[in-house]
Design a binder for this molecule. Structure first.
Ligand code: ME8
Length: 527
């Protein structure tokens, strides 16, 4: 018992908490699917895993949207939270908790943390006079604005702010932050983002305004006798603290101890600065260790255009799930583009992947093997008693694929993990073609070889399906039950770990296969 506890491995993954002023779209789904795939992969690999997502419900943006809708901010939040939660159900997201910044457990942490930093003298009262972008909830100096005097991030109008404000002494942490980033080369990924942030910091960090007096919807700043007005904590400090409040900083200390600072924060590149400058310097001020990694993925456009409300070209994941199924969508977004790069969404690209990778390669491999096993072996195959060089080649292909898959998953290079997996799947199709079971079935003296060829193929499909399961849990479950393995899930598999689960004939003694419907439907591409 003691030994098992000592050898426990922990993994904590987060998504950004999404604003509730807008409905969820494919961009939100993208980050959340990626976090889910990582969580499922780590659970299957024997890690005790905690996966957190949630919603960012305070601030001027939510306040203004609620005002426009003639409702209270909390009514807006309650309505939109439902939409996020329903979508996560539909997308088979297995988060362990969902944090809302309007919850007491979160607000308590924000008040406590701000007070701690205030008491230690890292926050002071001053006057803010610069520019604010409400859609990004971000402060800018004049020199940072784009050449039209707009937000350099989203290129929308900014407003001049002149307010009394509390400031966080971020400048004090400039040198420690540079030092930390230099000593921890994998702290910010991909590397290009790390370089971008390093050069930004080296230009000099200014102290950061961390309160607003013109916003009322948020966590109140602890009052000091120096203030002239009530202040509300700046939304980004409120929001970033979800990563510790949702983990249980106050209400689940055991969990917090176990998982902090094992965190991997998955974010879009739009919120890189907030996560790689504000968050670590604030943690430094609090004396808390920094998260393990911040990975900024790229941006999806839709058929070449930026998605926006005004253009009405937001891709709604629900409609895609209804049309193409949840697993193909999960697979597509992570296979189509490298996780750190930008990508363009089009139905034809999605259909292309479904028809070729899913239906032709994987679906067809399962289908033809099940059909042959039922036809030639009445559905039953025994563990082979010998191994020929061509079988050995298949085994080696799967061993090297498994190594590459695991490394790439740990590097958050989903497309490479999937490429390695699909190479093995295609190789298995070739293995069948070269061994021609249909010919073996006609020769009574080749009965044993027929059993073995189908056996090695079924073992290959089993392993491929196990490794596919973090990406396409429903499909993998269907494929495995067709092979006679019921109730498989990444969670139930965790005791074994991936290496043991994926060794040829390590656990499998025989297969009793069942007829199954094709895993994927093919689609016509309409031009
Ligand atoms: O920024 N392509 O929330 P948000 C890829 N509340 N990813 C996209 C995307 C796109 N076109 N659009 C959105 C916030 N995303 C803050 C976060 S965290 C402490 C606070 C994803 O609702 C991507 O993950 O604007 C991006 O970072 C996030 O949604 C922004 O969500």
């Amino acid at each position: 018992m003691k030994k098992a506890l000592m050898s426990k491995k922990y993994f904590y993954v987060t998504t950004p908490i999404y604003y509730v002023n807008d409905l969820p779209h494919i961009g939100h789904a993208y980050t959340t699917i990626a976090a889910d795939v990582l969580a499922r992969f780590k659970r299957m690999d024997g890690f005790e895993t905690f996966f957190l997502t949630g919603t960012d419900e305070h601030g001027s943006k939510v306040e203004q949207t609620a005002q426009k809708n003639n409702e209270q901010p909390i009514e807006l939040a309650n309505r939109v939270v439902q939409r996020f939660q329903n979508l996560w159900k539909k997308l088979l997201i297995t988060h362990d908790d969902f944090i809302r910044t309007t919850e007491e457990r979160h607000k308590k942490v924000v008040t406590h943390m701000i007070k701690t930093v205030l008491d230690q003298g890292d926050i002071y009262l001053g006057n803010y006079e610069d520019w604010y972008c409400t859609p990004c909830e971000t402060f800018w100096t004049k020199t940072q604005l784009d050449n039209k005097g707009r937000c350099p991030e989203c290129h929308r109008e900014v407003q001049k702010l002149k307010e009394e404000s509390y400031f966080f002494k971020m400048s004090k942490y400039e040198a420690p932050l540079i030092d930390y980033i230099n000593k921890n080369p994998h702290f910010i990924e991909p590397e290009s983002r790390r370089n971008e942030i390093l050069s930004f910091i080296k230009e000099g960090l200014r102290d950061l305004s961390i309160s607003r007096t013109t916003v009322t919807w948020g966590v109140p700043m602890p009052q000091t006798d120096k203030t002239n007005f009530p202040h509300i904590v700046y939304i980004w400090f409120d929001a970033l603290l979800n990563y510790v409040s949702g983990l249980g900083y106050f209400d689940n200390k055991d969990r917090f101890q176990k998982f902090w600072p094992e965190a991997i924060h998955l974010i879009g590149k739009d919120i890189l600065r907030h996560h790689t400058i504000y968050w670590p310097t604030f943690l430094m001020a609090l004396g808390l260790p920094l998260p393990k990694k911040i990975f900024a993925h790229g941006w999806w456009t839709h058929e070449g255009e930026k998605m926006s409300k005004s253009k009405g070209n937001f891709i709604e994941p629900e409609a895609l799930i209804d049309e193409y199924g949840v697993d193909p969508l999960r697979y597509f977004v992570l296979r189509e583009i490298p996780f750190g790069s930008d990508g363009d969404f089009s139905n034809s690209a999605l259909i292309g992947r479904i028809n070729s990778d899913l239906a032709d390669d994987y679906g067809n491999l399962l289908n033809r093997t099940i059909t042959m096993t039922l036809k030639y072996q009445e559905g039953k195959v025994l563990k082979p008693s010998s191994i020929t060089p061509i079988d050995q080649e298949l085994v080696e292909k799967y061993t090297s694929m498994r190594i590459s898959y695991k490394k790439n998953m740990d590097d958050i290079a989903f497309h490479k993990a999937l490429t390695a997996l699909w190479e093995a799947i295609r190789f298995t199709n070739k293995y069948i073609d070269s061994n021609e079971p249909w010919k073996l079935s006609k020769d009574e003296s080749k009965k044993e070889r027929l059993n073995d060829v189908l056996g090695f193929t079924l073992e290959a499909i089993r392993i491929a399906s196990v490794l596919i399961s973090p990406f396409m849990p429903q499909t993998a479950g269907k494929a495995l039950s067709a092979l006679g393995i019921q109730g498989f899930s990444c969670g139930t598999a965790k005791e074994k770990g991936i290496d043991a689960l994926c060794g040829f004939w390590e656990n499998q003694k025989e297969f009793k296969v069942q007829k199954t419907d094709p895993l994927f439907k093919k689609y016509e591409i309409s031009l």
